[in-house]
Design a protein around this ligand. Structure first.
Ligand code: KE4
Length: 429
């Protein structure tokens, strides 16, 4: 595969952008090759600047659940752009977006728009601390909540991929207020709540872990967190930046029937433009400035262009009959094919899937239900598999500790091509 132009472009980028990328995981560091530089995309096909085409299972890390360059989203952007892209003043579009989120997400009475998942989690933590007047937060090792200081403590996603779960630059003073529990281990949470009785503002969790690879919540885990939060006077925060609008219209909280006090959202909500949001009970959200004392602001928050794209996205999710059933059947087809490939090639591995999120772990473990089990994966084998898959025209997340994102645009033909390419790759690694 000719990747000459990508190589030149990446070398040029590295002269003026740290690592040549604006987000570390894009640098393909853990898969041992230079990244391909993308020219354009449509539907499920992305094309790099050398003209190579790939079926995309990253979907820009989740947002493009309708596929690339979706016509209704492009139309919404075009129509809105000609009226101006941002005013720094209220618009009806923001209210329409907020009304739709409140209608779709069960536990959200009010919502504040921001510009990324990181901004959403950073802000929601400040709000939780302001509301409870407590300082500590419990997060789970391997969960990733963006790059705000309080969360770069044993963080997942690119942080573990690059072996940087605890980043320099995060002060000891900040780190001491973040307590670490083990995902799917309720005892580890109760121990911390008991030890720090009355000091924990919130428990924040990825209701389906997507940043250590996909690790589903074990039966009773989310329900248990709800009970512990209530018993110990802490707020429960669901970080639904990945799962929001993906697992169901109402995200993981609808899918599992467990309602948090606060929710963070991102990715899908912007239709591919930069949008994040956080929301929850009115009693808590009303503490935010300008009515309340908890300050949070943003020049481009809720800007009309991003709102228009996001509204078109959410309307499509609401108005497409059988949308989630279709996602489920596409992703199940992929899961079954990957499992068959593991058997056919006697490759030790585990496939974890929840809805349209899945990860193929190259591991000797019988199951992957915890951070430690995920970390036992063979990242070298994954890197080899990734390179063969790319050669075979399949674009995967360049890390063992990320998810495959199946979109509504993926056809059975796309899925079957991925399964065939996966088989070929497994036979070579
Ligand atoms: P952003 O700031 O990247 O928009 O969102 C941060 C975030 C928050 N919460 C969860 C559960 C997330 O998964 C993320 C970001 N996800 C990663 C991929 N797993 C983004 C990809 C990247 O870092 O380039």
């Amino acid at each position: 595969m000719n990747q000459e132009k990508s190589r030149e472009a990446f070398n040029r980028a590295a002269k003026v952008i740290p690592g040549g990328v604006n987000s570390p995981v894009r640098a393909f560091k853990s898969v041992g090759i230079n990244p391909v530089v993308i020219d354009y995309a449509k539907g499920t096909t992305i094309t790099d600047i050398d003209g190579n085409q790939y079926i995309d299972f990253v979907s820009s890390w989740g947002p493009l659940i309708l596929g690339h360059a979706n016509e209704s989203i492009l139309e919404a952007i075009r129509e809105t752009a000609v009226k101006g892209t941002s005013f720094g003043a209220p618009t009806i579009l923001e209210t329409e977006m907020a009304e739709l989120i409140v209608q779709m997400v069960p536990s959200v009475d009010k919502v504040r728009m921001v510009n990324s998942g990181t901004e959403a989690t950073m802000s929601v933590l400040r709000l939780a601390r302001g509301y409870t007047k407590k300082d500590l937060v419990i997060k789970f090792t391997g969960n990733y909540h963006g790059h705000a200081d309080s969360f770069l403590i044993k963080a997942g996603s690119g942080a573990i991929t690059l072996g940087l779960p605890d980043s320099p630059g995060v002060t000891k003073a900040t780190a001491k207020d973040t307590l670490l529990a083990d995902y799917n281990e309720l005892d580890s949470v109760e121990l911390l709540l008991k030890k720090h009785q009355g000091e924990v503002a919130a428990i924040i969790v990825e209701p389906v872990a997507g940043n250590m690879g996909v690790v589903p919540p074990e039966k009773g885990f989310l329900e248990g967190l709800r009970k512990l939060a209530d018993n110990y006077g802490a707020l429960l925060i669901f970080d639904e930046v990945i799962t929001g609008f993906r697992l169901a219209k109402g995200g993981a909280q609808e899918y599992y029937g467990v309602h948090p006090d606060l929710t963070t959202l991102g990715k899908i909500i912007g239709g591919g433009l930069p949008v994040g949001a956080y929301g929850g009970k009115a009693e808590i959200m009303d503490l935010l400035a300008p009515d309340g004392p908890v300050y949070q602001a943003g020049t481009l928050s809720g800007n009309p262009l991003a709102m228009a794209a996001g509204l078109a996205m959410l309307k499509a999710l609401n108005e497409t009959p059988g949308f989630y059933e279709a996602l489920e059947s596409k992703a199940a087809r992929l899961e079954n094919g990957l499992r068959e490939n593991l058997e056919k090639t006697a490759t030790p591995g585990v496939v974890n899937r929840v809805g349209s999120l899945l990860t193929l772990f190259f591991t000797q473990k019988e199951q992957v239900t915890s951070y430690d089990e995920a970390m036992a994966s063979d990242t070298e084998k994954f890197a080899n598999y990734f390179r063969h898959s790319l050669e075979n025209g399949i674009y995967l997340a360049p890390s063992q500790f990320e998810a495959m994102f199946v979109s509504y645009a993926h056809t059975d033909e796309d899925i079957d091509k991925c399964i065939a390419a996966s088989l070929e790759a497994m036979q070579k690694i």
